[in-house]
Write a protein that binds this ligand. Structure first.
Ligand SMILES: Cc1cc2nc3c(=O)[nH]c(=O)nc-3n(C[C@H](O)[C@H](O)[C@H](O)COP(=O)(O)OP(=O)(O)OC[C@H]3O[C@@H](n4cnc5c(N)ncnc54)[C@H](O)[C@@H]3O)c2cc1C
Length: 389
């Protein structure tokens, strides 16, 4: 078994690592200042300028197939990249990616939605969650009723990432209540100027989602993405695509946090000795390092299974669950190592403390991941021996 990286993986990772250190991290003090003024971390212009710099070096469309102008990198490589991006809390991402389900669009839709999303001219949002249906997404109530060549959409979506900035939404609505999620949910591509409204939702983190209201919004029949009635499968495909990427990003944050914790522990003297000499502090560092290592291999094993074309759902759920849990424990320990300073807004620790909390909630809560993991085992779909058997 060879657990080392290829030369290419190492080279690409080094480039991203250097880019993050030289171009992204220097923005951190300003991002913290802005947060105190309740402003977004990066302006659209700043994000575009950074993305253009990366694009000039070939970093565009990390997940996008080469035939659409992207890099078409595999899952292990994208996970390694995500870890490096996670080392900074500056909300940076490379340009050139689009939601995976937009690739099932027909040619006309690809021109109107997929290609402009890749190029950055249009912004999408993925809208399934409703006030009455989050974990229980099969229970959505937003309806789409057919009238001739049109569909009329009524309902409310909530917690939609990018929902206040998007100019089109991938909206999941019930088109056949008798079938529900088993053939009666359809995905529609709905432009904002077709009439939906959005309202931002203030949260404890940087990622402010929005609620969307559809009040008799009329869309043409051609707005259906994929097949009528097959929307729920598309929604699961969107959610399942990159579940290993969320803990990958958290992994990068944990690495940086523990480095910060060690630096502080070496320098902070109490009772005549650096706190790094105290067993209580050393145990926090040791436990965090072990968990970081375990998380690294859960993430990479899940990504490797994706690249190998194996059914990676169990591995992805495990990485997501463990990453959410451990990242929250690690940031708590690092905050503790910093004492009172950890609690202030002078340092980014409290910011990560708030941001990493989200990982235990979105794209499947901890409880839902556990439910999936246990069910897969109990029903015999997978074994506790993992993919090695
Ligand atoms: C910042 C943010 C961004 C988001 N972005 C998007 C987005 O872009 N698009 C989108 O559609 N949605 C988005 N969501 C919604 C997110 O996916 C849901 O919040 C999440 O799935 C949980 O649903 P809920 O909030 O309704 O909680 P609920 O489903 O009401 O759950 C409440 C609690 O009960 C637990 N629970 C629920 N069912 C069970 C069960 N069967 N067994 C044990 N425990 C259970 C949950 O784990 C949780 O702890 C986002 C949410 C947030 C906070």
């Amino acid at each position: 078994m060879d657990l080392s990286l290829t030369d290419e993986e190492r080279e690409i990772r080094e480039w991203v690592r250097t880019f993050v250190r030289r171009e992204v991290m220097p923005l951190e003090p300003e991002v913290l200042q802005r947060e105190r003024r309740s402003e977004r971390g990066l302006t659209a212009e700043e994000l575009t300028a950074l993305q253009d710099k990366a694009k000039a070096a070939g970093f565009f469309g990390v997940h996008t197939p080469t035939e659409y102008g992207g890099m078409g990198l595999g899952a292990v490589m994208t996970a390694l990249i995500e870890v490096e991006l996670g080392r900074s809390f500056v909300p940076f991402r490379f340009a050139g990616d689009a939601d995976n389900i937009l690739f099932v669009a027909n040619e006309e839709q690809k021109k109107a939605y997929l290609e402009p999303t890749i190029s950055g001219e249009r912004k999408s949002c993925f809208a399934i969650t409703e006030p009455g249906a989050g974990s229980d997404a099969r229970n959505i109530r937003t309806s789409a009723r057919r009238e001739g060549d049109e569909w009329v959409i009524n309902g409310e979506k909530t917690f939609i990432t990018g929902g206040n900035e998007a100019d089109f939404a991938m909206v999941f609505a019930v088109t056949d209540p008798s079938l529900g999620a088993d053939g009666g949910v359809t995905c529609f591509l709905v432009d904002r100027d077709m009439g939906w409204k959005s309202e931002p939702i203030d949260t404890m983190g940087e990622w402010g989602p929005a609620s969307l209201v559809f009040d008799g919004v009329r869309v043409p029949h051609s707005a259906i993405l994929g097949e009528e009635g097959r929307g729920f499968e598309l929604a699961m495909r969107w959610i399942g695509k990159g579940r290993y990427l969320l803990p990958a990003r958290a992994l990068g944050a944990c690495e940086r946090l523990v480095e910060m914790g060690m630096e502080h522990a070496r320098n902070r003297v109490t009772f005549g000795q650096p706190i790094a000499e105290r067993q209580a502090i050393q145990w926090m560092i040791a436990d965090s390092a072990v968990e970081i290592e375990a998380l690294r291999w859960l993430v990479l094993a899940a990504a490797w299974q994706v690249d190998a074309g194996l059914d990676s759902r169990q591995a992805q759920s495990m990485a997501k669950l463990y990453g959410g849990q451990k990242a929250n424990e690690i940031v708590d320990r690092v905050l503790q190592i910093h004492g009172g300073m950890g609690y202030t807004r002078e340092l980014p620790v409290e910011r990560w403390y708030r941001e990493l909390r989200l990982l235990r909630i979105y794209e499947g809560t901890d409880e839902i991941q556990r439910r999936t993991i246990a069910r897969n085992l109990l029903r015999g779909h997978v074994s506790v021996r993992g993919h090695l058997g």
